[in-house]
Design a protein around this ligand. Structure first.
Ligand code: LLP
Length: 412
């Protein structure tokens, strides 16, 4: 359920006309819906209400401060993967003790920043990282709380670039090494092992791989019991998928019921790190048709949004639904929707059935709220898009469009 609907043939985000927004703020334009964001967070979070838990929104999916603030206001913690994300989360008012820090390559200064802030825990991904966190914490006279990210070797059946919990992936520690890691951690003076963690991949459309990973973690938890450790947290990561097209991922309620029932009676606080499922379908990217062009083999719709604005189709071959902002009722034909960037890989859709569109008309690219703006770049010296947050009939600019001056500001 979301709040992007056509009314009398014209697309609205909640009570705001997309055409009016484009007129006022230009394109390409990211537009998010507050009601959808709130609904998704509530639906997800309440699916785990039968047990102690903390929903740590995964900042990388969409890191705009206004969105972080909104979610923090609803009680969300945050899952971060860099000093930059820590900075954003703190700036947005997220209490440090609701922040978990994952990632295979934390730098000493990032570890220091996180210890200074007093985050809930580090999700540690290698033995060398463990030693480094211990060294940094000891030098600061602090004790670092850690979980180990366990790589359960489970196939999440998703795109290979975003599957993370298989043996061949760079993430986490395998189960055998994890046992060694906990025993080393127990003996390190500036480390307190408090949890177990895993994140097996993103855009998962079935529950089975999550449950397979959870089973392996729980079997491992039994092994830890004899080690005199105080394990309080189980972090199951993120990864629940969303419908981009025909996918039918499990509803958070179904996911929550399966997970909470597997953990019933255990003295563990559950941590979840959802990203896409919260923001993915809460945002669209609006683009203007610059030209249409027919060649003997293809019909191209050239728009003013490109792979620098939304890289998912180019990078993963991802499908994003595209529709006219103003429905025309014209005949549908087969087109490639492409951007102005000088690469053939610059497309938003290939061989797509779309009603005939004309110069100056607007298109909405759906499901662009997650990994849209955050993965955007300045390639081809293109200023990044503006971002708008709609709430009822109110639209707020939450990030101004970049200017050419912004683009060269750090160059000497
Ligand atoms: N926790 C960790 C440790 C992660 O690495 C990720 C995502 C998440 C949580 C959130 O996963 P989600 O709930 O959003 O699936 N750029 C790709 C997705 C990369 C995901 C990276 N890690 C895309 O556009 O599909």
């Amino acid at each position: 359920m979301h709040h992007f609907q056509h009314k009398n043939g014209s697309l609205f985000v909640e009570d705001v006309s997309v055409r009016d927004l484009a007129k006022q703020h230009g394109t390409p334009l990211y537009v998010y819906s507050t009601a959808t964001l709130k609904r998704h967070f509530e639906a997800f979070d309440s699916a785990f209400q039968s047990m102690p838990h903390l929903t740590c929104y995964s900042v990388k999916a969409n890191s705009n401060l206004a969105i972080l603030r909104l979610l923090a206001g609803m009680g969300a913690g945050m899952d971060i993967v860099s000093g930059g994300e820590l900075y954003r989360a703190l700036l947005a008012g997220v209490p440090a003790d609701k922040i978990v820090y994952s990632g295979v390559g934390k730098k000493p200064e990032e570890i220091r920043q996180a210890l200074t802030a007093g985050i809930l825990m580090f999700n540690v991904e290698s033995m060398q990282e463990l030693i480094r966190i211990n060294d940094v914490a000891r030098d600061m006279g602090k004790v670092a709380k850690v979980s180990f990210r366990i790589n359960p070797d489970v196939d999440p059946q998703t795109h290979p670039y975003i599957s993370t919990g298989m043996k061949k992936n760079k993430f986490g520690l395998n189960i055998e090494l994890s046992l060694e890691a906990y025993s080393l951690a127990r003996d390190l003076p500036a480390i307190e092992p408090v949890g177990m963690d895993c994140h097996i991949g993103s855009q998962l459309t079935s529950i089975a791989p999550f449950m397979e990973a959870l089973d392996k973690l729980l079997a491992f938890y039994e092994k830890l019991k004899g080690m005199n450790l105080d394990i309080q947290y189980l972090d199951l990561g993120g990864g629940l998928g969303i419908p981009y097209s025909e996918e039918e991922p499990p509803h958070p309620t179904e996911f929550g019921a399966a997970v909470t029932s597997a953990l019933k009676g255990l003295p563990l606080k559950l941590i979840l790190e959802p990203g896409r499922v919260i923001v993915g379908n809460a945002g669209i990217l609006v683009a203007e048709v610059l030209y249409t062009k027919q060649t003997p083999s293809k019909n191209f719709v050239i728009v003013d949004a490109a792979m620098n604005d939304l890289v998912r189709p180019s990078l993963y071959g991802s499908f994003h639904r595209i529709e006219e902002v103003q429905q025309s009722g014209r005949a549908v034909g087969d087109v490639d929707v492409v951007g102005p960037i000088c690469e053939s890989g610059d497309f938003l859709a290939k061989d797509r059935q779309l009603a005939e569109v004309r110069q100056g008309e607007l298109l909405a690219v759906y499901s662009a709220g997650a990994y849209g703006f955050t993965m955007s770049s300045n390639y081809n010296t293109r200023p990044r898009a503006a971002e708008i947050l709609v709430d009822g009939d109110k639209a707020t600019v939450i990030r101004r469009r970049e200017t050419y001056e912004n683009l060269v500001a750090n160059e000497i």
